[in-house]
Each structure stands twice: as C-alpha cells, then as structure tokens.
Design a protein around this ligand. Structure first.
Ligand code: ADP
Length: 219
C-alpha cells in the first residue's frame, strides 16, 4: 500500500506506521528520521537542516523534497510506503503529487490520526529514543526494561533535542500554520480518511487505524 499519515508532532504517527507496516506491505518513510540521519552524519544537507530542526522550525521545502524523492525511489519502496511527517506544507503536497504522478504511484489513503494537542506534551517530554534503531520508549508509560539502554538492542537511549517544552511549542505552531492547511485541503477535496484517536492507547489507535485502512492483522 502507499499511505500518508498525518497528525500532530509527537502524536504517534511513527508508532502506528511501525505497527502496520508488515500487513500494509509498506516501508515507513519518516522525513524526521531521514533528516536526523543527515544531521548525525554531518552531511551538507544535515548541517543546513540542523539549524531549523534544533529550533523546532520546519526545514525548507526544497531540502525535504529532495530527500523524500531519493528515498521513495529506492527499490524497497516499490511495493509500498507509509509517509510519516510528509507532506507538511502545501508546497510539499504539490511537489509530492507531481512526483507521484510522474512515477505513477498514487497514494491510496491519506490518513489523519487526530490526537488532541493537550495530550501530547507529557508523552513527548518523557520520550526516549534508541540511538541505534530509533525505537521509542517512554519513561512513564512504556519504560525500557533496561533503564537507559534500549530494551530491544541494548543501545544507548537519548532525548531528542527538540523534545523540550519550549521546542514543542514551536513545533505545534508550525503544525497549525503549515500542516493543518494541507489536511484541510485534502479534507475539502474529499480525499482524507480520519481517525479520532482521542487519548486512546497505542493499541486502541492501532485498531482504529487498521479499521480505517481495512487492514487485517496477519496471524
Ligand atoms: P514530530 O512529528 O514529532 O515533530 P519528526 O521527526 O517528524 O517529529 O520531525 C522533527 C523535525 O524534523 C521537525 O520539527 C522539522 O524540523 C523536521 N522535519 C521533519 N519532516 C519535515 C518536513 N516534511 N518538512 C519540514 N521539516 C521537517
């Protein structure tokens, strides 16, 4: 399947993409993760992007569009992909639609996972991420059984530099100003599928996402 997940920063898009990827026959493509890889490797793009990311601001469209194109034209994305955190601006939506038209690979479902912003802050402030695999834990709701090490592969956990109260406020602003118009535009065109996730647990949201995508869990 080819899917695009929308939702507020820290709203669990990446978590849900991981949970359904196998049954959806799709690789998760997170522009946030791709950008963080560039930052870690200190590529020229990463150095530029870091300026924006560390402030909680959006990275300019041209940089993000180029890494997205590079990623979804890889062989493993041919069967399907789940976009997580892209498109985040009307400019990115336009660029994506032109690219997918050219590749003849339309998105099947544009899915909005609606989570109230008020329920996100605590979740983000307690998030810890595995340096190696990117797997996420939460010190309150889902602590790693190995403390400061990842319960899956034992690598070190870290706090994303933009997971602070101040940076999160900036990310919410960018979401409201730049991404809600993308969601609204798809909704107006009748192309948006919506899940009211409320304050549901990851399991509950997964069930709603699967239902919306008509995706049955493989045994
Ligand atoms: P979250 O959705 O929790 O904010 P992400 O990992 O998706 O986390 O994004 C982290 C940061 O990476 C964003 O605040 C922004 O600086 C940058 N970023 C990710 N995706 C995009 C995008 N599509 N356009 C612009 N900037 C992006």
């Amino acid at each position: 399947m080819r899917l695009a997940f929308f939702g507020p920063p820290g709203g669990g898009k990446g978590t849900q993409a991981e949970r359904v990827k196998k049954d959806a026959h799709a690789v998760p493509v997170s522009t946030g993760d791709l950008l963080r890889e560039h930052v870690a490797k200190k590529t020229p793009l990463g150095v530029k992007a870091n300026d924006f990311m560390s402030r909680g601001a959006l990275v300019p469209d041209d940089l993000v569009n180029s890494i997205l194109k590079e990623r979804i034209t890889q062989p493993d994305a041919r069967e399907g992909f789940i976009l997580d955190g892209y498109p985040r601006t009307l400019g990115q939506l336009e660029s994506l639609e032109a690219l997918l038209r050219e590749l003849k690979m339309p998105i099947e479902t544009w899915l909005f996972i609606d989570v109230p912003l008020s329920s996100i802050e605590e979740r983000v402030l307690n998030r810890r991420v595995c340096k190696q695999s990117g797997h996420t834990w939460n010190t309150k709701t889902n602590p790693s059984p190995r403390g400061n090490l990842c319960g899956i592969d034992g690598s070190e956990l870290y706090t994303r530099p933009d997971d602070s109260a101040e940076k999160l406020k900036k990310r919410f602003e960018a979401y409201k100003n730049d991404t809600l118009p993308v969601i609204e535009s798809l909704r107006k065109q009748g192309r948006l599928t919506e899940v009211a996730a409320g304050t549901g647990t990851a399991d509950q949201v997964e069930a709603q996402v699967r239902k919306a995508l008509h995706l049955v869990k493989a045994k």
